[in-house]
Every structure is written in C-alpha cells, then in structure tokens.
Design a protein around this ligand. Structure first.
Ligand code: DSN
Length: 430
C-alpha cells in the first residue's frame, strides 16, 4: 500500500500549482534541483571537507561539493566559501560561534523592524549567548538610519555588527556599515538570505567586498534547495591568536569551517549540497539575470498597483522582491488578511510593521514577494491583476462568495503558467 505521506505530497503539489504563492521567502526550485535532493547522495556520510573526510567512499561527493564551492565563488566573487550549513540559522550560529565568546557584544537589526530571528532575538540561541543591542528603522520613513547605527556602535562597542533582513524592502549600504565597523573595531557580517539571487545577478549592492563574512540561504531568491552557505570576499588571518601546529596564524576560514563542523553540525547533507551545486549552476546562466530583473520589476509593479488602490506600502515602494503592506487604514490585521487571502487561494504571511501596536501573531501588516510567481512566468501585467485580486478580497472581508469566485478565477488563470513538476509532486532523476 502506498504510504499516505505521498498523498499529502500530491495534495501539496496541487496547492502549490493552483494558488498564488506570494510568500517572499519561497520559490519553486527546478526539477533538476529536486532530483538532486531526492538522490542517493542522501545515503552518504561525509563529515569533513572535500579531500579531508572522516569516512571512506567520498570520491564522488567530494566532486559534487567542490563543484558547489566553485560555482558559489563565481556567483558572488568570493575567495572562500562553505556550502555545508543545513540552513541559514546554522550558517549564522556558526559565524557567531567563530567570532564571539559567550557574553560578547552583537549589534544587529531589530527583528520587529524586519530583522532575522537568528541575529540576536532573545528567543534564539544568538540572543541567549551574546549581549545584544539592536538598531531599527526611522519611525517617519521606515528606512534604516545609518547615523543611528553609528551612534549605537560607538556607545555599545560591539565585536560584531550584523546586517540583513527578512522584511526590509530596500537595499543596504554595506560600505557605510563597514566604515562604522572599522571605526569601532567590529567585524561586519551580512546575512543576504533574502536578496541573494538579486545580488548574484548584480542588481543590488554586493556585500562581499565590504563585509568580513557573509551568510545566506539558498532557497529564496536564489531558487535552490533549502540550505545555507557562508562566504568571505577575502580570507584573513584570524585575529584571536589561534595558530596551526607549525605556529602560523590560522586563517579565518579555518575557524569558520571548525565552528560549523564540529562546532554545531555533524555530517553534511550531501544531497542538499548536490542541490546547491545544481542551483548555483542555474544562477550562473544568463537566464537567471533576466529572472532576477523580472523579480524586481514585478515587485515595483505590484507595489505601484497597490498604492493606486489606496494601500499603504511601507517606504513607498521597493528596491528588491518584497512589498510590505500596513493594513491599518483598511481596518484589518495581518492575521485577518492572511486568512482571507488564503481562502481565495492567495498565500501571504502576516508581518509586523515597525513600531507595530499588534503582537506578532496578529500583526498590522502582510509581506508580499514576487520570486515564486516570477519563476512561473508572471510579468508586470499579471502582478497588476494580483493587486486587483488582493484588493477585491480585502475590500469584502465578510463576503465568502468573493473569495470563492476569486479562488476559481486564479485556478483557471494559473493553467497558463504550469509548474514543471509531475502531478505526484515527486521529481524523478532526470
Ligand atoms: N523565515 C524566513 C523568512 O520567511 O523570511 C527568514 O529567513
């Protein structure tokens, strides 16, 4: 008898095919990426690094990991990379473990203003292990205030400054942040999990030349398997006085590798690394740049269409793939909107807006993102239509018939934008 797990996978493939996917951190990985993930590489233990493993039988997975490393270096202009983090959270935990001792100071972007959980939230190990101060956005513009960051850095004297966000619709000024870090003698770490694909396509500022260390996930705008990476534009001698048995200073890369394994991880997921290698190869193709350009163009069209319909778009627009709506003038919480839209076949997430009077599980806003539907082939006109559907649902919150009608309309509309997956949702090796 077929395991019911496969029934649920089939149902999830239908959900993904028949609805509008607007969660900014999600995307549709290619069948080749999914095939690599579903491969026999799942079966292999390979603790260590290519050529230096603690297990036999690693010749082929070594080649796969080397390919992932070389492609990632080429994508971002990195001198050193580690492709083994199971996800962004592990990449960040390893970097902080390498750079900080418990109790040392971290200055990072406030979660409630759009930051990441793993950048010092009290709920995360980073907030429990290190002394954390946050910077936020200005209450009048919802934009980062680099003078405030400099003031806080001068007062707090952090050892690490982290930048990067999960819901900030604007680009980052890494050069200014590096000048702040240099002034106070801090390491600068960027987490580019969200905009990585747009940075790889050279459409947003590249942090690699400015930051000591850069982390990312691989499944958002980069459109790969779920996973993380750590990179450095340039390796450097570790400043902690750690030496090799020969007495020479260990490179920072050695400390980062060791912080990840055996610091916080065991065996790497070789099937995930294979998926990363495939995705990085795809991102190096010229077609990926066109995709990334469309992601940004579509986000701007979506923001503009929503503004024209009376919605409050935070910061007045977007530089990247994210559009943040403050729904207070519509009399709805983010939670209400998320539920109503889901009934109509539109998937979004409720999102705190900076200085939100609501708690996180209610929130005053929603976050929209264009990466997934752009992968399906949506253009600006399609996104203007998406804005119309969102508006129709949110303007008639008590009308279940509107939601039913729109759900059907979306399902029919999406038939012209098929996903490249079989109906079972299980991709065979190609
Ligand atoms: N959970 C992720 C997001 O949705 O943005 C953060 O990396």
């Amino acid at each position: 008898m077929r395991d019911p797990v496969f029934d649920w996978i089939e149902a999830e493939q239908r959900r993904q095919a028949e609805g509008l996917e607007l969660i900014a951190s999600e995307n549709y990985a290619s069948p080749a990426v999914l095939a690599a993930l579903g491969s026999v590489l799942n079966n292999k233990y390979a603790e260590g690094l290519p050529g230096k493993r603690y297990y036999g039988g690693c010749a082929y997975v070594d080649e796969v990991e080397r390919l992932a490393q070389e492609r990632l270096k080429a994508l971002f202009g990195a001198e050193w990379v580690n492709v083994q983090p199971h996800s962004g959270a592990q990449a960040n935990a390893a970097v902080l473990l390498a750079l900080l001792r418990p109790g040392e100071k971290l200055l990072s972007f406030e979660l409630a203003h759009g930051g990441h959980l793993t950048h010092g939230s009290p709920l995360n190990s980073s907030g429990k292990l290190y002394a954390v101060m946050h910077y936020g956005v200005r209450p009048d513009t919802y934009l980062l205030d680099y003078d405030e960051i400099r003031d806080k850095a001068r007062k707090f004297q952090p050892k690490v400054i982290m930048c990067g966000a999960s819901s900030y619709p604007r680009d980052w000024d890494y050069a200014t942040l590096r000048s702040i870090a240099d002034e106070v003698g801090a390491f600068l770490v960027a987490d580019i999990a969200h905009p990585a694909g747009l940075i790889a396509a050279r459409l947003l500022n590249n942090p690699l030349p400015h930051c000591h260390v850069v982390t990312s996930t691989t499944h958002k705008t980069l459109r790969g398997p779920r996973g993380g990476v750590i990179m450095m534009g340039k390796d450097f001698d570790n400043p902690f006085g750690e030496t090799t048995p020969k007495g020479t200073p260990k490179k920072m890369s050695t400390l980062l590798d060791a912080a990840l394994f055996p610091g916080i991880q065991g065996g790497p997921h070789m099937h995930g690394i294979a998926g990363k290698a495939v995705a990085f190869g795809e991102a190096l193709e010229p077609a990926f740049r066109t995709y990334a350009e469309n992601v940004i163009r579509n986000a701007r069209a979506l923001a503009q269409a929503l503004i024209e319909r009376g919605y409050t778009v935070l910061t007045g627009g977007t530089d990247n793939h994210i559009v943040l709506l403050d729904l207070r003038n519509k009399g709805l919480t983010g939670r209400d909107a998320e539920t109503l839209l889901e009934e109509a076949g539109i998937t979004v997430n409720k999102n705190l807006i900076p200085y939100d009077p609501q708690p996180p599980l209610k929130a005053s806003g929603i976050r929209l993102g264009t990466p997934a539907l752009t992968t399906r082939g949506f253009g600006e006109e399609d996104f203007r239509r998406v804005a119309g559907w969102i508006d129709a649902v949110l303007s008639h919150p008590t009308d279940a018939e509107v939601r039913r009608r729109i759900r059907e309309e979306i399902r029919a509309y999406l038939e012209a934008f098929p996903l490249p997956y079989p109906p079972t949702g299980v991709v065979a090796v190609g």
